[in-house]
Design a protein around this ligand. Structure first.
Ligand SMILES: [Zn+2]
Length: 230
């Protein structure tokens, strides 16, 4: 029987993706051997994740807000009673705002950025599992906000009005395929009134073979998939 404090920490580690109880125990026994100073630094960093990390109010990419100006300024309640922050990509005037690339998670943005083949904006869903097509699920995956970005309601401050293409860069897994199909059906009827030519809705092409997840793709394969989107 392990001491409670050790067992509690092991339980926390087992909640991490792909970590089993044995590996979790290895992490914990490694940590308790570390100098107190390092552990305090680790705990402080962990705590800072909840304190300083917010999501971009437009694309939902995680951003470190320490020292960043908020809109409206922190302490002043915004439209929905909270302050909002915009990420570097959404703020960058050099990015082509007529492209939105839909990704599951922040690390997929990193992978796509590394290819240097994309200069548009992103939309982070925060997952690829569509449990059901309820309002709650749509909200959790930020799909309502995606629709607002494409077809902003009157007076919406952050609508990208002239969108030419939406790239669905979701992993080619079973869950990913279901979600990608759902998103393209959701967006199709929206595309026409916004732009007379219609918005092109594409998915990553060649190179993204069945079952492959974006995070395990190398730069070259991802570049090819981006170029071969259809
Ligand atoms: Zn953003």
């Amino acid at each position: 029987m392990l001491p409670k404090s050790i067992q509690n920490l092991i339980n926390h580690f087992t909640k991490l993706p792909s970590v089993g109880p044995r590996q979790a125990a290895r992490f914990v026994f490694y940590l308790i051997k570390q100098p107190k100073k390092d552990l305090e630094e680790f705990a402080k960093t962990l705590f800072g994740i909840t304190k300083n990390l917010k999501k971009c109010s437009s694309c939902f990419k995680a951003i470190d807000v320490e020292g960043l100006p908020a809109n409206p300024p922190a302490g002043v309640a915004g439209r929905h009673g909270s302050v909002s922050y915009v990420c570097d990509i959404c703020k960058n005037p050099k990015r082509d705002k007529s492209f939105i690339c839909i990704v599951e998670k922040d690390t997929d943005i990193e992978s796509i950025e590394k290819t240097g083949r994309y200069n548009g904006l992103y939309h982070v869903l925060g997952g690829n599992e569509i449990k059901d097509f309820s309002e709650k699920n749509l909200r959790e995956l930020h799909l309502k906000e995606l629709i607002e970005r494409i077809q902003p309601p009157a007076g919406h401050p952050q609508g990208e009005k002239k969108i030419k293409e939406i790239i669905i860069a979701i992993s080619a897994t079973t869950d990913g395929d279901t979600l990608a199909l759902y998103i393209s059906r959701l967006l199709k009827p929206l595309s026409l009134p916004v732009n007379k030519q219609g918005i092109k809705i594409t998915r990553l092409g060649r190179g993204l073979s069945t079952g492959s997840e974006l995070e395990y793709m190398d730069e070259e394969t991802l570049s090819q998939a981006l170029l071969g989107r259809k």
